[in-house]
Design a binder for this molecule. Structure first.
Ligand code: NDP
Length: 249
C-alpha cells in the first residue's frame, strides 16, 4: 500500500490553468505521476514539458469533462503510462455568475454540464477501478459557494452544493461497502486564476474583479491542501477543506 504521495498516479481535470495547473506542479514536484486533462492542448503540452524538464512525471490528453468517454480515455492514459490510477482530482469548472433574473440559460446549462456532470463523469471513470482495487481517492473542487449562498451564484452555487453532497455520499457508501475510497472536497474562496474570465454579466464581473484584486490569493494555496489530503495514510479521508484568504470576510 502506497502511504504517501510519492509514485501515486493522479489524474487532474482543469489542469491547463489556475488551481489544476498549480496542483499538478506541486504534486509532480513531490514525486507523483500527474495526468493532465483540459480542453486547451497548448497549455497542457507546455505544463507537461515544464514538469518533465524539472525531472517530474507527467502526461496529458485533451479532455472535455462533459463527455464521459473523454474522461475515461484520460484515466486509461494514466493506466497506460503509469500502470494504474490512485487519485482523481475533479477540478474543471466555470463560473459565469449572474443574477437569476438575467436568465443566462445557456450558462446555466454549461455550469451544470461542466461543474456537476463533469464531476460525475470523473467519478464514473474511476469507480470501477477503485472498487476493484479496493483503494483510491476522489478529490473535488467545490467552493465556498457550495457551503453558503451568495447573490449572483445561484446556479454556480447549486452545482457546488451538489458536488459536496455527491462526495459525502460516496464517502459513506464506500465505508459501508468496504471499498476504502477516500474522498476530499475542497472549498476555495477567492483564488486568483482565470476563472473570472468566464463571467459575462458586466456588473457581476466588476464586483468580483474588485473583490479578487483586494483579497485574492495564489492557487498554490489550494495545491498545498490537495497535496496534504493525498499525502495521508489509506485509513483516513481528509473529507472537507475550506480555504479563505486571510483578508476575505
Ligand atoms: P481556471 O479558469 O484557471 O481553471 C479552470 C479549468 O477548468 C481550466 O483548466 C479549464 O481548462 C478547465 N475547464 C473548463 N471547462 C472544461 C471542460 N469542459 N472540460 C475540461 N476542462 C475544462 O479557474 P480555477 O483554477 O479557479 O478553477 C478550478 C476550479 O476551482 C473550478 O471548479 C472552480 O469552480 C473552482 N473554484 C475556484 C475559485 C476561485 O476563486 N478561483 C473559488 C472556488 C472554486 P480549458 O479551458 O483548457 O478546458
Amino acid at each position: 500500500m502506497k502511504l504517501t504521495i510519492q509514485h501515486k498516479t493522479i489524474v487532474i481535470t482543469g489542469a491547463s490553468s489556475g488551481i489544476g495547473a498549480a496542483t499538478a506542479q506541486l504534486l509532480a514536484q513531490n514525486g507523483a505521476n500527474v495526468v493532465l486533462g483540459a480542453r486547451r492542448a497548448d497549455k497542457l503540452a507546455a505544463l507537461t514539458a515544464t514538469i518533465q524538464q524539472a525531472g517530474g512525471q507527467a502526461a496529458y490528453r485533451v479532455t472535455d469533462v462533459r463527455h464521459l468517454a473523454e474522461v475515461q480515455a484520460l484515466v486509461a492514459l494514466a493506466q497506460a503510462e503509469f500502470g494504474g490510477v490512485d487519485v482523481i482530482f475533479n477540478n474543471a469548472g466555470i463560473m459565469p455568475s449572474a443574477p437569476i433574473s438575467a436568465l443566462h440559460l445557456q450558462e446555466w446549462d454549461d455550469m451544470i454540464d461542466i461543474n456537476l456532470k463533469g464531476v460525475l463523469n470523473g467519478v464514473a471513470a474511476v469507480m470501477p477501478i477503485f472498487t476493484a482495487q479496493k483503494a483510491g481517492q476522489i478529490i473535488t473542487t467545490s467552493s465556498v459557494a457550495g457551503l453558503k449562498s451568495f447573490p449572483g451564484a445561484g446556479v454556480y452555487g447549486a452545482t457546488k452544493f451538489a458536488v459536496r453532497n455527491l462526495m459525502e455520499v460516496i464517502r459513506q457508501e464506500s465505508a459501508t461497502e468496504g471499498t476504502n475510497i477516500r474522498t476530499t472536497t475542497v472549498y476555495p474562496a477567492a483564488i486568483n486564476t482565470e476563472l473570472l474570465q468566464t463571467i459575462t454579466d458586466e456588473a457581476t464581473l466588476k464586483g468580483m474583479t474588485q473583490l479578487y484584486q483586494a483579497v485574492g490569493i495564489s492557487p498554490e494555496a489550494i495545491a498545498r491542501v490537495v497535496n496534504f489530503a493525498v499525502d495521508q495514510p489509506a485509513d483516513m479521508s481528509v473529507s472537507d477543506m475550506t480555504v479563505y484568504p486571510t483578508k476575505q470576510a
